[in-house]
Ligand binder design. Sequence first.
Ligand code: R5P
Length: 265
Amino acid sequence: MDWGLKNRLSRILKPDTGHTVMLAIDHGYFLGPISKLEKPGETVAPLLDHADALMLARGVVRNSIPSDMDTPMVLRVSGGRSILAGENLSDEGLATAMDDAVRLNASAVALSVFVGTENERQTILNLAKLVDEGMRYGMPVLGVTAVGKELEKRDARYLSLCCRMCAEFGASFVKTYFCEEFEKVAGSCPVPVVIAGGPQMDTELDVLNMCREAIDKGAVGVDMGRNIWQNEHPVAMISAVRAVVHEGKSGAEAHDLYQSIKSDG
Ligand code: R5P
């Protein structure tokens, strides 16, 4: 791996633990202003110091993020369809040029692949092209195994296929979903895997237990959005997630931390 690419990646996957807590706020790229992300700058301001990296699109970077912040950024560069596109949601292209990612001082770029959809070939070739450009610039690529609205697709057989394909085409790391038998997903993917959170879960403890199990089964961290910033106490929540990911805390121990920060705040 080239020095620049390794150096960028080490800003995201923290060298002291090998783990990461990425904060995803890229949802507007196809969902528009979803709840609690109407003003991304306000949502993210109290969380910036708690995140190892931010995942977001370039318009939000330029309009909502202070340029003197030093949280590394993973720039969402794929897109092209909205939630109104139904089954065509997977019809994505590359929507941001690599030189703009460099101009923004991104530490990685991210794109979605939609395996098993009618657009799988197109999105996999998007990945291949992005990796070629990333190699030219020393820019790591995060492959996102997208399922669109079909959340039921999230099983180990399907996600193993998606993650492995992202790695085979050269992604430096992969974002996927947690599932039963997650060890098969992480264990058959030769590059680091982070998990998304998905829609808000019933309880904070559910989220923290999921994070614990994911790490124990081979994930290097999370790239989480709604379960953090849609929580009533986002700083307490991201702190609790960090305790699991970086400090080896159990879900219950991290939940105690959540409760205590919540009461203090
Ligand atoms: C999908 O909209 C984005 O790629 C999100 O970054 C991803 O789903 C992670 O966010 P959440 O934890 O809210 O699912």
